[in-house]
Write a protein that binds this ligand. Structure first.
Ligand code: GUN
Ligand code: ZN
Length: 442
């Protein structure tokens, strides 16, 4: 076999970071990742082997190897909640969530009725995700079906594993973003049939949040979620006190905000709820039992003043969670910034129990645990045999300060902490997307 043989395996040598099934880090200071090109029946290139270089090399004497000395090969990051149409309103200040939606978000999203605009933002958005080392994302489009077509088409052309959906919002929304109940459900079904499971793409049924959907729209979304059980569901819950009070008024029969979604059949495996700040333990247990997950969005929660996610309560109750940017409420596409903000929010000990999240734990919740939350464990989010070959190559010497600090790291945790605290897009030396099959994409 040679590198010019299309069926040949390809090796990548460098330090390796991966995780065991319990989320504990595995670190090889000199490792080898062996990638198999897509074969019939496979959607894309996959990981054929992974481990210590000296041990593995003897198994693959002919292997063509790309060597990245001094670099760290790690799983691509997964962003569990991000709005591509809000790329252009990052950093728009407001007195909390509801005025921010009204003054910035809805006007920006209205522009996505124009397909050409949606296409151009989608291209920029995907460039930026990849530049920041994010290889999979669960993404909000807008209420316009063409905004979904634009993002899926762009992601398909790049061979990405990406999930998105048309926002459902049939009330309490201005002209230009408000949809009509029956048509919104027909549009959702048509988009599922057009895009779900095409190549590496997946569809998410996407009610914006309870205040902007009628009970009929939520019920219709729940019916679609039952009819297409391997689709994803994404929404927002319990982000802000004013929002929570509004939901109590709109849905007085529900026990809690989360219960509105439970009653509609929208809390199940593959359902991801952004924020989950103002929940109680009954809600958290409900999430655990139903295998739904929280998309924890700390830069957004700090920027909008929404509150502090209670990591101790999530761990105590077993509520699954992963990390997310929530751009444009969130302030950065960078997983390093998100992990650092999560650390700060974890430390906050005035409104809830404060704790110190380990760097490897933060990293796991932005990769493997996020994949598990999506029902994609073994597919993305970790460097394991059989998984799709998305990964990042990190440069611990990307800046003078990083080089100085990481040279003094005494342990893996210290190294990861230095990257989290000092890192940004400059650390991402390379983002590798698994080569898609080109013969007969499904
Ligand atoms: N709740 C409803 N819509 C949104 C949104 O676009 N961003 C955030 N952060 N919260 C929401
Ligand atoms: Zn959001």
């Amino acid at each position: 076999m040679t590198a010019s043989n299309p069926a040949a395996l390809q090796g990548y040598r460098g330090a390796l970071l991966r995780f065991d099934a319990g989320g504990r880090p595995i670190h090889e200071s000199d490792g080898l990742l062996v990638v198999r090109p897509p074969s019939p029946g496979q959607r894309c290139a996959s990981i054929a082997d992974v481990g210590d270089y000296a041990t593995l090399r003897t198994r693959y004497p002919q292997l063509a190897v790309t060597h990245w000395p001094g670099k760290l090969i790690a799983p691509g990051f997964i962003d569990l909640h991000i709005h591509y149409p809000q790329t252009d309103i990052i950093g728009a200040p407001a007195d909390g969530l509801l005025p921010w939606l009204e003054n910035y978000t809805f006007p920006a999203e209205r522009a996505f009725a124009d397909f050409a605009h949606a296409q151009s933002v989608a291209q920029f958005f995907l460039d930026e995700l990849l530049r920041q080392g994010v290889t999979t994302a669960l993404v909000f489009s807008t209420s316009h079906p063409q905004s979904v077509d634009a993002l899926f088409s762009a992601a398909l052309a790049r061979g990405l594993r990406l999930v998105t959906g048309k926002v459902l919002q049939d009330r309490h929304s201005p002209d230009g973003v408000r949809d009509a109940t029956a048509q919104s459900l027909r549009d959702t079904q048509a988009l599922i049939e057009r895009w779900h499971n095409k190549a590496r793409l997946g569809y998410a049924i996407t009610p914006r949040f309870a205040p902007t959907s009628s009970p009929q729209q939520l019920e219709g979304a729940g019916a679609l979620a039952a009819r297409f059980p391997d689709t994803w569901i994404q929404s927002h819950v319990a982000e802000n006190h004013d929002e929570v009070r509004w939901v109590q008024q709109l849905y007085p029969a529900a026990r809690s905000y989360l219960d509105v979604y439970v009653r509609a059949g929208l809390v199940r495996e593959r359902a991801i709820y952004a924020h989950c700040i103002h929940l109680d333990d009954e809600d958290r247990a409900e999430m655990r039992v139903r295998q739904a997950a929280a998309a924890v969005s700390p830069t957004s929660n700090l920027f909008l003043g929404s509150g502090f996610f209670d990591f101790a309560a999530a761990e105590r109750t077993g509520m699954p969670w992963g990390l997310a940017s929530d751009v444009g409420g969130g302030t950065s596409f960078s997983p390093f910034h998100t992990m650092l903000a999560a650390y700060y929010v974890g430390r906050e000990g005035h409104t809830k129990q404060g704790l110190s999240l380990q760097p490897s734990q933060l990293w796991w919740h932005h990769t493997g645990a996020a994949a598990r939350a999506l029902g994609l464990e073994g597919v993305v989010g970790n460097l394991q045999v059989g998984a799709e070959a998305d990964f990042v190559v990190l440069d611990p010497q990307a800046t003078p300060l990083l080089a100085r600090r990481t040279a003094r790291a005494q342990s893996l945790e210290e190294l990861l902490f230095a990257l989290i605290v000092l890192g940004d897009d400059r650390v991402i030396a390379h983002t590798q997307i698994a080569t898609p099959r080109t013969d007969a994409p499904d």
